[in-house]
Structures are given as structure tokens and as C-alpha cells.
Design a binder for this molecule. Structure first.
Ligand code: 5AD
Ligand code: SF4
Length: 441
């Protein structure tokens, strides 16, 4: 049997795309291999959001090239956002790549590999005939949790971001199709779903009038599906986070008390240059509305430091917002110019050492506020969905709270179970505890 190996970079959308890639390869009769050495088809599902994933991918590909030198029969396929950004140039940069495809062309992967086109450099890019994951074969990575794609592409124009260029304009999946997939997943034993889109809050706007609806309604429809205990979604754009969605979050029992609300910068001046279309005040007002409606809400965020023209004062405003919001967690990034984006050619790019200094200071503040948030949970009981064993201590179990914090705990539950855990310790990123014994009455 021929075997495949898929290496995935980047975000949850890419991880989900890899489930489709694997499903398609399995439909062609290939089996999964746990190592690249033993695989006949090596697939790389790439990311290009910052320079770092580009370099990481180059290192991985060099390894694959060495393997191919020993075994010229191996097929190297490169998909994802970096492939779409480079397009045909990829074959010049990496002559040993056999097949390349953009995120919109995953459905065609099977044709090339299945048609016996091995060893012939071929590729397909462009975003014309994209289709939704649920309608393609799928190899789901996890039994009790699932990603559900609700839209693809992005209509925002954030000046630093490459995503609109590589994933195209936004297309919403039909509500009936989303709910049908969620229902099917629930029947298969899935208890937690994560609705995926580049901007989930603008979902629905492009639908035909007779089925047009909006994200809050979609949350309610998913909440009504029996067996689904937890609903998450990522990512919302603060500019489109409207009242009906906040109300749906507050009223739907299954929708988790967590919002990932990318801030990017705390300075209104920089937000304007980023074309985020909200300012510091509007963002903070939204945070206030969310917290009023959902008192136990966890807030997480993405922040970029060193955007062109960012002064020390702008950076301090970012720190102020982090302290004021007191995020439960934050992903922090050094601005990375992406060819073809508006910001890449802006004057006043920030020197590397200044960016480094700022990100270190930001991380210290994030750790301080996140530690304090997590410490508030000590002494309480959290509902945890068990995912497996702890990554650092195999004698402990691992799972996540509704607020999306990882908990390592002593207990006897099986993966997929929802259990109560008494929290007795916290760090800036995880909680620790002991499974609570149900009291017989
Ligand atoms: N440089 C640094 N960070 C970026 N992000 C997006 N584009 C860039 C860039 N050019 C960050 C944003 C986004 C997250 C997924 O990646 O914070 O929310
Ligand atoms: Fe995800 Fe963006 Fe990376 Fe593509 S470029 S994998 S959309 S993070």
C-alpha cells in the first residue's frame, strides 16, 4: 500500500484543510504513515502569515529533498497559503516539488495524484472553484471535537495581512449545510465544535436573500443540535461583533464563555494605518458589552508590535489596553512585512531591535495579567472536556475548560468525557487540579 505523510503549518483553518487533504489521499487508497521516511507522498500544507513559517517550511522541505534523493519515487506536494503566494515560482525555488496547490485547489489534489501524474511538476492555484470541507472526504483528527468551516476567504483589507490575497474573497457556507454537518458530527459522538472562518461575524452577508441570515442565528441553530455540548468559533473581527451575536452567546447554553478578539494594537492611530476600522475606544466598548452580557467570559487576543510608524507612545497604548482588558491569553507577534501588502512598502519600518524589545516587554505584561486571571480560578470547580493525557506528565489527564484554558489534572476519566475538576494551582497558561468525585445523593 502506498502511504502519505502530511505536515501542517499555520492556523486552525489549515489544520482543518489538512483533514480534507488526508481524506482525499485515503480515498485514493493511500494509508497514513507516521514518518516522512516511510511515506510515498509527502504533503506540506503551508502558511505564509509571517516570515517565520516561510523559513520553517524551507527547513522542512530541505529534509524532504534529501529523502527524495535517496528515493526518487517519493512525491512531494506543497499546498496552502505559501504555495498560493508563490504560485509557479515555487517550482523554480524548489525544483524537486512535484505538485503544488493553493488553499482553493484542494479538491483537485486527488486528480493529479490519482491520475498517475507522479513525478510531473504540476500545480494549480487561484480561487475560482473553491468548495467547503464538509462536502469532501475528510479524515477527522479527533473523535469528540471537530472543526466546522462556515466561510472561506476574507473581505477585510488589513494593511499588514496576506490572507485576503491567498484565500480570496469571502464566501459563506449555506446555513442548512452547516447545521446538517453539525448534526451529523453530533450523531458520530462529537461534543465540541469550533466554527471556523477568517471573519465569522461577517458570515451570511453574501448569501442569497431567501436564505440570508447572520452569525448569531447560526450560533442558535448549532446550539439546538442535540449532543453538541460546546460551541466555539474563531476568529471574530471586532468591527463586525454586533449585539445579536453577543445575545446569542449569552443565551445559548452550549456556546462557550470565550471570545478571541484580535486587538492588533491599542493605539487608534496605528489601528487606522492597519485599516482595522475600529479604534481603541470602540474596541474597549465592545469588551464592556461582552463582559456585561457574559460575566464569566474569557477574552484572548492577537497583538502585533512594530507595525510601521509605531512609536513608543503607540506601543504604551497597547500595553495599557492589555492591562485594562486583562486578557486570559494573548498571541503576540512581531510585525513581519509580507510582499504585496500595503504595509510592506510603508515608510518608517521599525528596526528589529526595537521590535524585539517591545515584544519582550509585551510578553511580560501578558504573562502577568494572564497569571492573575488564571489564579482567580484556584479554589473553584471547572467543567473540563477530557482530551488525553498531560503533555508533560503522563500520570495526569489533560482537557480544557469552557473558557478554553488547558487543565492538567489527576483523575480517571476517559477522553471525550465532561468532568468537574477542582482547581488547586495556576500558571500564566495552564491550570492544575483534581477530578471532583460526584457526590451520591
Ligand atoms: N506580521 C505579524 N503578524 C501578523 N499577523 C497577521 N499578519 C501579520 C504580519 N504581517 C497576526 C495577526 C493575526 C494573526 C493570525 O497573525 O495578529 O490576527
Ligand atoms: Fe492560516 Fe493565514 Fe497561515 Fe494561511 S497564512 S495558514 S490563513 S494563518
Amino acid at each position: 500500500m502506498r502511504r502519505y505523510h502530511v505536515t501542517t503549518f499555520g492556523c486552525q483553518m489549515n489544520a482543518h484543510d489538512s483533514e480534507r487533504i488526508k481524506g482525499m489521499l485515503e480515498e485514493l487508497g493511500l494509508g497514513e504513515s507516521s514518518t516522512q521516511e516511510d511515506a510515498d507522498v509527502l504533503v506540506f500544507n503551508t502558511c505564509t502569515i509571517r516570515e517565520k513559517p516561510d523559513t520553517k517550511f524551507a527547513a522542512h522541505l530541505a529534509q524532504a529533498a534529501a529523502l527524495k534523493q535517496h528515493d526518487p519515487g517519493k512525491v512531494i506536494a506543497v499546498g496552502g497559503c505559501y504555495a498560493e503566494a508563490q504560485r509557479e515560482r515555487l517550482f523554480t525555488l524548489y525544483p524537486y516539488v512535484d505538485v503544488a496547490f493553493g488553499p482553493g485547489s484542494i479538491p483537485h489534489l486527488g486528480e493529479w495524484l490519482g491520475a498517475g501524474g507522479f513525478g510531473v511538476a504540476r500545480g494549480r492555484f487561484g480561487l475560482d472553484d473553491r468548495s467547503f470541507a464538509g462536502e469532501l472526504p475528510m479524515h477527522r483528527e479527533r473523535a469528540f471535537q471537530a472543526w466546522v468551516q462556515i466561510s472561506m476567504g476574507c473581505n477585510s483589507k488589513c494593511s499588514y495581512c496576506i490572507v485576503p490575497a491567498v484565500r480570496g474573497r469571502e464566501v459563506s457556507r449555506r446555513p442548512g449545510d452547516v447545521v446538517a454537518e453539525v448534526t451529523r458530527l453530533a450523531r458520530q459522538g462529537v461534543r465540541e465544535i469550533t466554527l471556523l472562518g477568517q471573519n465569522v461575524n461577517s458570515w451570511g452577508r453574501d448569501l442569497l436573500p431567501e436564505i440570508r441570515t447572520e452569525f448569531g442565528e447560526l450560533l442558535r441553530a448549532c446550539d439546538a443540535v442535540e449532543g453538541i455540548e460546546r460551541i466555539r468559533f474563531t476568529s471574530p473581527h471586532p468591527k463586525d461583533f454586533r449585539k445579536p451575536v453577543i445575545e446569542a452567546m449569552a443565551e445559548c447554553g452550549a456556546v462557550c464563555e470565550h471570545a478571541h478578539l484580535p486587538l492588533q494594537s491599542g493605539s487608534s492611530r496605528i489601528l487606522k494605518a492597519m485599516r482595522r476600522t475600529y479604534d481603541r475606544q470602540r474596541y474597549l466598548r465592545l469588551v464592556g458589552e461582552l463582559r456585561t452580557a457574559i460575566p464569566d467570559l474569557a477574552l484572548t487576543t492577537d497583538i502585533i508590535v512594530g507595525f510601521p510608524g509605531e512609536t513608543e507612545d503607540d506601543f504604551r497604548e497597547t500595553i495599557e489596553v492589555v492591562e485594562e482588558v486583562a486578557y486570559d491569553a494573548a498571541f503576540t507577534f512581531v510585525y513581519s512585512p509580507r510582499a504585496g501588502t500595503e504595509a510592506a512598502v510603508m515608510a518608517d519600518q521599525i528596526p528589529e531591535d526595537v521590535k524585539r524589545d517591545r515584544i519582550e516587554r509585551l510578553i511580560a505584561v501578558v504573562q502577568r495579567v494572564a497569571s492573575a486571571r488564571n489564579a482567580e480560578r484556584v479554589g473553584g470547580v471547572e467543567e473540563v472536556l477530557v482530551e488525553g493525557t498531560s503533555r508533560t506528565d503522563p500520570s495526569l489527564l489533560r482537557g480544557r475548560t469552557r473558557r478554553n484554558t488547558t487543565v492538567n489534572f489527576a483523575g480517571t476519566a476517559a477522553p471525550g468525557e465532561l468532568v468537574d475538576v477542582r482547581i488547586d494551582d495556576a500558571t500564566s497558561t495552564t491550570l492544575r487540579g483534581v477530578q471532583a468525585v460526584p457526590v451520591a445523593v
